[in-house]
Ligand binder design. Structure first.
Ligand SMILES: [Zn+2]
Length: 144
């Protein structure tokens, strides 16, 4: 028997085995997943962190997979705060044509850089300062 024939025979045996033992294999997989839940969840989370990204495209939230992100540090790359002080590090990218170009940031820094990238910073700050001044003036009047 050639090596190729041996492989084909083994593949055929495996196919038949999977067909005739479907329930037992399902049960084994289920038990394995229950027994190794934490390890499997951690591994999935780590894989998602390194290779996938949730982002918005045309107003819809999408998940892009198969990425090579920059290595994830332990702190926000802008403000330097660490978990658990910051809930979670997010991956901000600025080039849809090259999603591996990005930076690991906390929620607040992510909002700040997103506003900057969209050119909203000045508009938001101007509105915020105007609103703050308006509230302070009206508070001052009430307490005269
Ligand atoms: Zn930050």
């Amino acid at each position: 028997m050639t090596e190729k024939e041996t492989k084909e025979k083994k593949a055929e045996y495996d196919r038949r085995y999977r067909k005739t033992h479907r329930e037992a294999l399902k049960k084994r997989d289920r038990e394995y997943h229950i027994a190794h839940k934490e390890v499997l969840n951690t591994r999935r989370r780590e894989y998602f962190r390194a290779h996938a990204l949730k982002t918005t495209l045309n107003g819809r939230e999408i998940t892009v997979e198969g990425l090579q992100k920059r290595p994830r540090p332990n702190e926000c790359e802008i403000c330097g705060r660490t978990e658990p002080e910051i809930k979670i590090l997010q991956y901000h990218h600025w080039d849809d044509g090259n999603l591996s170009m990005g930076i690991w940031v906390c929620y607040f820094c992510h909002m700040a850089v997103t506003c900057y990238e969209k050119g909203w910073t000045d508009r938001y700050l101007t509105r915020y300062l105007a609103k703050k001044s308006e509230i302070e003036k009206s508070e001052a009047k009430e307490h005269v």
